[in-house]
Design a binder for this molecule. Structure first.
Ligand code: PGA
Length: 234
């Protein structure tokens, strides 16, 4: 197992369609600072192919085992080499009606297996207050065990990146909400996600000061992703 901290989390979502495409993509994403989150069915072949990158999953269930058709437990994921799991992605909140209490249970179940949750939060234009409710999930959870991924809904998959200065302000806001929730200052790992590409990636890290990025669309475009990694000197 490698120990470098991740900087790039590649969320492939429901892509690609074939295993050979997944293997090809994984090989060119195979850097120590990258976490590859493929669809579940590719985990087994990818863990044999990748040498440096870390493996993650896009979701899990909070129960350990039993009659839960279609679900996958944290322990199963651990068995396939997953060190990270995305929880609370806005697509899961929107299309699968995941609520704060489900997300909290998932985070707890992952921590029990010593898997790092990548906890996604994000507001829409109409409801910027929602960050507070979402972050409350972390009330009793040690922040050093979690990656918080801030993804404004309107920037996800739209190709319209969020203004870097605004994103930085939201990072500051998130930190101040966390201080209120936790009652003390605790160091938080905060990533940015939403239409990150090879051109804007350095802005979110160097200018806005995010600890890393969560990438969807650009992570499944070979040339674009290679360019992004190169720009990050990975
Ligand atoms: P995007 O997706 O990079 O395509 O905006 C990011 C995400 O959904 O995590």
């Amino acid at each position: 197992m490698n120990t470098e901290k991740p900087i790039v989390i590649a969320n492939w979502k429901m892509n690609p369609q074939k295993e050979e495409e997944a293997v090809k993509l994984a090989k060119l994403s195979d850097k120590r600072e990258v976490v590859i989150c493929p669809p579940f069915i590719f985990l087994n072949s990818l863990r044999k192919e990748i040498k440096k990158a870390k493996l993650g999953a896009q979701n899990c269930f909070f129960e350990k085992q039993g009659a839960f058709t279609g679900e996958i437990s944290p322990k199963m994921l651990k068995g396939y080499g997953c060190e990270y799991v995305i929880v609370g992605h806005s697509e899961r909140r929107e299309y699968f009606f995941e609520k704060e209490e489900d997300i909290k249970r998932k985070i707890e179940a992952l921590l029990e297996e010593k898997i790092t949750p990548i906890f996604c939060i994000g507001e829409d234009e109409k409801n910027s207050d929602s960050l507070k409710d979402q972050l409350k999930v972390l009330e009793d959870i040690s922040l050093k065990k979690v990656i918080i991924a801030y993804e404004p809904k309107f920037a996800i998959g739209t190709g319209i990146p969020y203004n870097v200065e605004e994103a930085e302000k939201k990072k500051v806001l998130i930190k101040s909400i966390l201080v209120k929730i936790k009652g003390k200052e605790e160091e938080a790992i905060i990533f940015y996600g939403g239409s990150v590409d090879s051109k804007n990636v350095l802005d979110y890290i160097k200018k806005a000061g995010f600890d890393g990025i969560l990438v969807g669309t650009a992570s499944i475009k070979e040339k674009e992703f290679e360019k992004m990694l190169k720009n990050l000197s990975l």
